[in-house]
Ligand binder design. Structure first.
Ligand SMILES: [Zn+2]
Length: 533
């Protein structure tokens, strides 16, 4: 591996976020995919030396949420408290290690929203007006006639309500030119490219001011200049990214901690909310004179049997369903290594089992197992390192080292382009290279020859394999946080040595090997696993 991945890591910290989730249903595999991918991103950046902050959370101030609470005989806050516990428990089971789980009912968020909405109002970017139009409760969004499909919401297929009321509006139209300029000057602002094309079409149709308040509703954050209104759920929710970046309302510029971490490196979102994140959100930030996020990445749906998962159709798989047949690492690996994050995925138990058996049980499992067993057999009780094996190295191990020297660069490219599949492929390719190295070098034959030269070469081959395994495991770790720790344990590599990128500086004395990813068997009836609701 290259001498120093720190050279790759600039001082700029990374700030990565998921969309915050509505607490109105159990989390399904689609949102889990987004959280796991963002978790991979945060872990991957950290492993390469970038200081990183990762935030996810819950979007609470929706009238749907208040209704869902009522249906259970709970107040909105009480209902959200319960749901927050459930969601955090679910995220824990799939090893989503956020730095903060933000809730829009958190006290600091209420202060930030109040301050920033007040600021936009003082600057004249928020004004009072009468509104009439179609409103979808499901989307919590207004629609124009032309947006509706046969009179129904394009996302929910339900008929929107006609609403007429006095509201406060955000002057989005004022930012038409600025938003066009943003897209013209930053081709990578919104990815992938097909999402960009859709949003540009929307922008070119002309941006219209949008309502940012709801009257006669008590669940929400009151407007600081008119307490009869609460802030519209979307306006409130988008500002979570600012709150979670430690914005200090007592400081005109948000304070030092905030300025250090903001703007976000990337907002990871689902493709249905690109408009909010790639148009409304940058305009809001422009109104507040705050820097814009560097990137918005809109991933696709995780479909089931070719259709979008949705609670209403009962076509839903939850992480808990999958965890009944696979562990967290296996679920994470399947979601990230098998599916294109930029497009739609297709969840299937058969594909999950094939993928984890091929890459993790066969390629990787056999590599680790064979290498540890041979090392213990041929050099019992010894700690190996490259210096004591062959000081200069020979051609065959040099090739392996050269391949590993390229790994950190490939991993960083995959992280920056939000491509967990390419990231996994870079690691899986190393696992295969090391397996081929065993086949080519035939350590058992070197041991049998048993001359001083062949034994020196055997030592070099086994050390090269173990160093390769250590580096591959370090690469895999953001995808597979549990199993890779077990690999380091079996290699007897202490926690402090895991991140060492220099080749040949870590003494390795493997202990007892045991399979890390046993083969998965197809459940007798995978349908039963998906039947839970
Ligand atoms: Zn809708």
């Amino acid at each position: 591996m290259s001498n120093n991945t720190k050279q790759l890591a600039a001082d700029t910290p990374k700030y990565v976020t998921t969309a915050i989730v509505y607490p109105n249903s159990r989390i399904h595999i689609g949102w889990a995919w987004e959280c796991i991918a963002t978790d991979w991103l945060a872990r991957g950046y950290r492993a390469l030396g970038f200081p990183t902050r990762f935030v996810t959370g819950m979007d609470e101030h929706s009238s749907k949420v208040a209704k869902a609470g009522e249906a259970k005989g709970l107040g909105a806050q009480e209902y959200c408290d319960q749901m927050a516990e459930d969601i955090r428990t679910s995220l824990g089971k799939i090893d989503v290690a956020y730095d903060r789980f933000i809730r829009t009912s958190d006290a600091d968020h209420k202060r930030v929203v109040s301050r920033l909405v007040g600021k936009a109002f003082e600057r004249g970017d928020i004004y009072k007006n009468r509104y009439e139009g179609y409103y979808c409760d499901g989307c919590e969004a207004f629609y124009l006639d032309k947006d509706l499909v046969e009179g129904k919401c394009p996302h929910h297929g339900t008929a929107p309500k006609w609403i007429a009321e006095e509201n406060y509006f955000f002057r989005l139209s004022k930012y038409q030119k600025d938003i066009e300029k943003l897209f013209a000057e930053n081709p990578d602002f919104l990815q992938p490219a097909n999402r960009r094309a859709e949003v540009l079409t929307f922008v070119r149709e002309g941006l219209r001011d949008f309502s940012i308040s709801r009257a006669g509703q008590s669940w929400g954050i009151p407007l600081p200049f008119d307490e009869k209104h609460v802030v519209y759920v979307w306006f409130d929710a988008l500002l979570n990214y600012i709150t979670a970046a430690n914005y200090d309302v007592s400081k005109e510029d948000g304070g030092e901690a905030f300025r250090k971490i903001w703007p976000a490196s990337v907002h990871v979102i689902g493709k249905d909310i690109t408009r909010f994140h790639a148009v409304y959100w940058p305009a809001m930030l422009m109104a507040l004179d705050l820097p814009l996020p560097k990137k918005v990445f809109a991933h696709g749906w995780m479909n089931l049997k070719g259709d979008r998962m949705s609670k209403s159709s009962g076509n839903v798989v939850s992480p808990d369903d999958v965890l009944a047949i696979a562990n967290s690492d296996q679920l994470r690996y399947y979601l990230l290594a098998e599916n294109e994050f930029s497009g739609d995925g297709n969840f299937a138990y058969e594909l999950l089992i094939l993928k984890v058996n091929a890459d993790l049980a066969n390629d990787w499992g056999n590599l680790v197992n064979r290498t540890i067993n041979m090392t213990r057999k041929y050099f019992p009780g010894e700690s190996l390192d490259f210096k004591s094996s062959t000081p200069n190295g020979t051609t065959h191990s040099t090739e392996i080292r050269e391949s590993f020297a390229k790994l950190p660069g490939e991993l960083l490219t995959a992280l920056d382009s939000l491509d967990p599949k390419a990231y996994a492929q870079a690691c899986a390719a190393r696992s295969r290279i090391l397996n081929l190295y065993i086949d080519r070098m035939k350590p058992w034959a070197l041991a049998k020859t048993a001359t001083p030269e062949s034994l020196a070469e055997l030592r070099e081959v086994l050390y090269t394999l173990m160093e390769g395994i250590r580096h591959t495991a370090a690469g895999f770790r953001p995808l597979l946080p549990n199993g890779m720790l077990e690999v380091f344990r079996q290699l007897n590599v202490p926690e402090t040595e895991i991140g060492k990128v220099e080749w040949g500086q870590v003494g390795i004395a493997p202990g007892e090997p045991s399979p890390i990813y046993p083969r998965l068997e197809m459940p007798k009836d995978p349908e039963t696993a998906t039947a839970q609701t």
